[in-house]
Design a protein around this ligand. Structure first.
Ligand SMILES: Cc1ncc(COP(=O)(O)O)c(C=O)c1O
Length: 456
């Protein structure tokens, strides 16, 4: 009988994070200070991030030890299982072997606590007492609330106003872990008060919430800011996923032909795929890395590879990334975690070098794939990883036509239990696709900052 799941004991939990920067064929472009227009220094970042994380951001060491207290918390849900999707393979009638790495077993329900716990730990070690952050749909805010609670830190979450109204149970979850939540824009910051004076019904955006969380960190003693994706250290903390996956595929006596993951800021895909990058670039394995983004926010497939701000308010350092322009506000698709104008510089660099590839998908076929998967495997996926499910399904169906027996592995990085409203919209036939927003993108791209030619 075929084995359904591949489970590792706690003794197989990785002891180190893997830093793909050590193996890049060309180094990452530097991060640029938006005022001075030269590379940022650790001192520039010190007011908002703990020094240990700043060091990790630029480290070229291949392996960085995971502190024992962080591994101890990871043991609450890690190692996570790898499943062979035997029932879905049968339903699709494919000769392919389809596997999924299931990150939804963490207490907050996604991969996000892999970095939240690490970030809370380094803040605690540096003597901070409080962390501020933003959250869109609530996954990241939940993960950081969970981590701060376990490490005895206060947590302040600025939650995009409209999500605060639409997803009340994410808010309750964060409160259960003791976090304080403000609907953003809020009266707790001067930026929020200014926006509320202009428009008391302002629905908020991720960019506004980031600006409030950063202001909170720089104006409150003992407080630092935490980001749940995009940055190098965040992607590195997620590599526990890919390292476990390697061991589990060995247990299954298999090796992937393709690794598929969704990309919002790029952290789940980075953590899932980076441990396999040396297999491709050093050992010459024929391995496809497929990043999947929403058609409504297609930064890698349709954006420009340029320096841009990480936030809408144009306050962060400049990152070289595929971007739709920092003022681009994506349509209100249900995959809230994929509504971002830019992308992790590491994911962009690997796409630019041709090591990774990307595709964009519309939300209606994404939900169709999610329901096909849920009806075969039981798990109800979040809308974000359902983008990866859509591409895994396409590839499995291609194998059905060609008769190829490929090994297709995707990252199922979160459950959809707080997204049932989106499923309702889909079942009632109200879900719509948003066309690739050419005009809005062109307008936003016209506002990209100019950096000196030597960095372009
Ligand atoms: C379940 C889930 N998957 C994916 C993402 C996208 O982020 P990233 O690309 O950093 O993994 C999010 C972001 O909130 C998320 O909640």
């Amino acid at each position: 009988m075929e084995q359904t799941k591949f489970v590792l004991g706690e003794e197989h939990l990785p002891t180190h994070w893997y830093n793909v920067q050590a193996d890049l064929p060309e180094p990452l472009p530097p991060v640029i200070h938006p005022g001075r227009m030269d590379p940022v220094t650790p001192d520039d970042l010190a007011p908002i991030f703990p020094m240990e994380l700043i060091k990790q951001e630029v480290s070229q060491e291949r392996w960085i030890e995971i502190p024992e207290p962080v591994r101890d918390v990871y043991k609450l849900w890690r190692p996570t299982p790898l499943y062979r999707a035997l029932r879905w393979e049968k339903a699709l009638g494919t000769p392919a072997r389809v596997y999924y790495k299931w990150e939804g077993v963490s207490p907050p329900g996604s991969h996000k606590p892999n970095t939240a716990v690490a970030q809370a730990y380094y803040n605690k070690m540096e003597g901070q007492t409080r962390i501020s952050t933003e959250t869109g749909a609530g996954q990241w805010g939940s993960a950081l609330s969970f981590a701060c609670n376990l490490l005895d830190l206060e947590c302040k979450v600025y939650m995009v106003g409209i999500s605060y109204e639409q997803k009340p149970y994410r808010k309750s979850m964060m409160e259960a872990w003791g976090a304080k939540i403000a609907p953003s824009p809020s009266s707790d910051t001067s930026f929020g008060r200014k926006l509320l004076e202009e428009d008391p019904d302002q629905p908020g955006s991720l960019g506004i919430a980031i600006s409030e969380a950063v202001e909170d960190a720089v104006t409150n003693d003992g407080t630092k800011y935490s980001l749940g994706s995009v940055l190098n250290h965040v992607l590195m903390h997620q590599t526990v996923i890919g390292q476990e996956l390697k061991q589990q595929l060995e247990m299954a006596d298999d090796y992937p032909d393709m690794l598929i993951g969704c990309i919002g800021g790029g952290s789940s895909m980075g953590g899932f795929a980076f441990p396999f990058v040396p297999d491709k670039i050093t050992d010459g394995k024929d391995l496809q890395f497929i990043c999947v983004e929403p058609m409504a926010s297609p930064s890698v497939t349709k954006g420009m590879y340029r320096y841009d701000f990480g936030d809408t308010a144009a306050t962060t350092p400049l990152l070289k990334m595929y971007t739709l322009g920092h003022s681009f506000i994506p349509a209100p698709i249900h995959a809230g975690g994929l509504r971002y104008h830019g992308m992790a510089p590491l994911i962009c660099h690997l796409n630019e070098l041709g090591i990774m590839e990307s595709r964009a998908e519309h939300q209606v076929p994404v939900f169709e794939a999610a329901v096909s998967f849920a009806r075969a495997e039981g798990i109800i996926p979040a809308p974000e990883p359902s983008h990866a499910i859509k591409v895994a399904m396409d590839e499995a169906l291609k194998c059905k036509e060609t008769g190829e027996e490929k090994a297709i592995v995707f990252n199922l990085c979160g459950h959809g239990h707080f997204d049932m409203g989106a499923y309702d919209t889909f079942f009632s036939g109200q879900l719509v696709n948003y066309e690739y927003p050419m005009d809005k993108m062109e307008a936003a791209l016209a506002e990209l900052p100019e950096v000196p030619a030597e960095y372009q």
